[in-house]
Design a protein around this ligand. Sequence first.
Ligand code: MG
Length: 388
Amino acid sequence: MTDPRVGVIIVAGGRGIRAGTPRPKQLIDLGGRTVLQRSVAAFDAHPAVSELVVVLPAELLPDAAVIVGRTARRCRYAEGGARRQDSVRSGVAALSSGVSIVLIHDAARPFVDRALIDRVIEAAARTGAAVPAVAARDTVKRVPADQRLVAATLPREEIWLAQTPQGFTRAVLDEIVALGASGVEATDEAMLAERAGRPVEVVVGDARNDKITTADDVMRAQQQFEATPRVGTGYDLHRLVAGRPLVLAGEMLPFEAGPLGHSDGDVVCHALADAMFGAMGAGDIGQHFPNTDPRWKDVAGLDLLARSVAMAAERGWQPANVDVTVILERPKLVPHLPVIIGNLARVLGLDVSCVSVKGKTNEGVDAVGRGEAIASHAVVVMTRRGTS
Ligand code: MG
């Protein structure tokens, strides 16, 4: 049997009123990407998936390409309906005919991983319908609607909590859509498959594949991403020419030569700024301070670094610690390190204990060793502002 063609419908049709936030919950930022984008990316990266459909509320549809972002797989957009089953029907209509297995996923479950997707695809191909579920850990009471008295304690070993993605063959999916279009109400697609008399296979779900539903869920998910620090590296080199001042992190080193460059050629500040942009995935200093722009002619390295720190702050990031190596044959760096470190700590908003600058010679080897150039390496750890 050839591998099935797998299409994925990501349902983001809801308006997220329960999450108690002004934005629809699928558009909440989680560490630089929205909940929806993370859900889409999980399937876009799966090798078995051939196409995606994202179902959005009508008012978001005009901006769908921006909201969803770039995908490697073909991605279509569909308009959500009043009920979940209406949104799914709209998504199914946007699928191409070659798709033989369809996964339906809640956009509000951004932590879905590849192993879970694998299990659902396999079970759907085998049984026709598959649902991932986790075993109930708490004792489950049945309480009739509008009552406060327990009617029964359900046998916990028989209780499974359904997740998504739920997977179906095209034939079962067609029955689900037909049933959903009739009067039958359902809270998930597996329920419609059950109603249609189809066997539904349960596969092991994942406790991390939680649905972001309440404001508490949003906060926990954001903390998970914000707690993750980011690392960046930077490198810079400038030729040394006679008669130019040699400035490192604002400290003037008495010497007969200095770096040639459009700016002041402060390799410490340039490498550090590059490392910060790298940690944020935000390009490099050449992009933010192009040397074709007269504004940056002879700009001081510390000023450029301060601007980079401000740009990081706008993106919600701050440096946590930095480690810099300067490679320079002459003059000696050591006497200047306290001032250099102090200047950097001030501009970076860090304690001096979080700023390390080391000097190295190049042992006479290569252009740096011959004193024709100065170079610097920097590593920066960035954390979310307001977290430590
Ligand atoms: Mg430079």
